[in-house]
Ligand binder design. Sequence first.
Ligand code: ADP
Ligand code: ZN
Length: 639
Amino acid sequence: MASRLPQHSTLRRTLPVTASGFIAVGWLLLQALVALPPALAQTQSTEDEFTYGDFLEKVDEGQVQQVDIDPERGIAQVRLKGDSDADEPRQVLLFAGDGRNPELIQRLRQQQVDVEIQSPGSGGAIAWFAANTLLVVVLVFGVLLILRRSASGAGGAMNFGRSRARFQMEAKTGVQFEDVAGIEEAKEELQEVVSFLKNPEKFTTVGAKIPRGVLLVGSPGTGKTLLAKAIAGEAGVPFFSISGSEFVEMFVGVGASRVRDLFKKAKENAPCIVFIDEIDAVGRQRGTGIGGGNDEREQTLNQLLTEMDGFEGNSGIIIIAATNRVDVLDSALLRPGRFDRQVMVDLPTYQGRLAILEVHARNKKVDDSVSLGAVARRTPGFSGAELANLLNEAAILTARRRKEAVTMLEIEDAIDRLTIGLSLTPLLDSNRKRMTAYHEVGHALITTLLPHSDDLNKVTIIPRSGGVEGFTQSLPNEDLIDSGLYTRNWLLDRITVALGGLAAEAEVYGDMETTTGAGSDIKQVTTLARQMVTLYGMSDLGPVALETMDSPVFLGRSLAPRSEYSEEMASKIDQQVRAIAHHGYNRARHMLREHRALIDRLVDRLLEVETMEGDEFRKLVSEYTTLPEKSFAKSGATP
Ligand code: ADP
Ligand code: ZN
């Protein structure tokens, strides 16, 4: 259930990157094909709402610092006083002939503005020419690259049959059990494998059979590879590794010959560990998939099974495989004598995260003021790999800021960076920024006012990479997260919070002025509401499970296993989902309507400071209304 964690921050996004990237590329191509004259092409791209009127007004107010006039294109580049050098100058479309308009020039001179007039034929046209040449070069380069790739693909085909060994061997992994933290149960279970590798006689003399294959099951980044390496490290035996996807080649027979190679080498080096990552890539249930299955994969899998059966007695080779999808594995793999031992490697709990952070903080300079406990509390749902990455990011930030040691500030920033994106420079004051502020305040206020929702951690309108214009972040309640049990109340409040952004846009700007910025919120809401109806029995349809817990995978055991309900039921489900979403939305709008004055106040403050911490936000709110008693009020239980 942990993997189904609802997201704890609500983002406001512009169009998805791919979509806008697509549009941008399309536009570029169009520009190249139609070859618009420079003036037109340029004016179309001006999206700054800095009009000629604004410009004159700023001139008269003495706010203009510098003006570059391009009479050819009828455009002026304007820098205001107070604009930083890094900012793009604002573009103003001048009226025809205005570039040489002596009146305008005089007006500018009067205000002692720095005026420059570009000589005709320079600048714009050259830039335009350069841009187009560049475009052509990029296109040609791209085509060459594609040609090269397919050529090397053909080269690959020449190599057919001559399997290049794609596995790695490490004589000494150098990883010990103490480097693996937070998955104590798994470690304990594997301890016996280590003892076997160290002195097999102890087991064989009493006639004990040692498992040949161990399957480590868990989501990516939980430390499965690390654990396998630690076993080899502790036992002091070589470590062979290969990824399941390496077996799956275009040509029949290559995978099987790789398996043979691998085991040949392993036998020569026994005792040893053979580690197969992503075994589901090769070990899926046979005879399914489109077109009745994949010959190559089946051959590879058969070869693997043959090799495993082929070790007589105790050959000293232990195969450890990793996957996060046992359910799709071929049952032949799981039979006795093969991967009959399964060890779960879960996402770490609070204690586990703390232990992992301690491991990775060992080789970093961390300031005494940093409480790793607090970091562990801030990172529910993070895997071991993500925690390691987090500390590394924080260390990089620390170096960049020329500090001596990592402080909580860098860690907080690294968390945001990993969960949301790089922070960009704030927008200039504009309607868009104000609207983002209303949107975020909508989320933040509702999360603050609802009794079952998480505590607000912060709200910000500093944009982030990936088109995020701002976000509201709440501090998940640790008990809830680690137990993985959410109440119906919590879910309904969560849905209301997620719709608070859209509701605020609608309340303030009107139903017709809402934006696409709420897209990811709505997606989140739909997923949650659907789960409430189809998985958790939290709707009028009652306690029936209408979907299986595992998200369906296209090439799983069978093609369309999931919906075991009729068309009629499907439409009832849709109705219920809609009802839940509507209920949340109406509730959000009512709440926001009642607090309109407070919202304006919060938005003004947010526009001023750009980021507000939860405490400051709550303080402002409490001046207008009483804060609710949170239903799970920070229990003393969380360390
Ligand atoms: P998996 O194989 O489960 O995808 P990995 O073992 O490749 O995950 O983990 C990648 C990295 O993340 C490791 O090299 C290690 O630095 C870190 N890591 C993951 N889990 C743990 C853990 N339980 N304890 C310490 N470090 C971990
Ligand atoms: Zn939002």
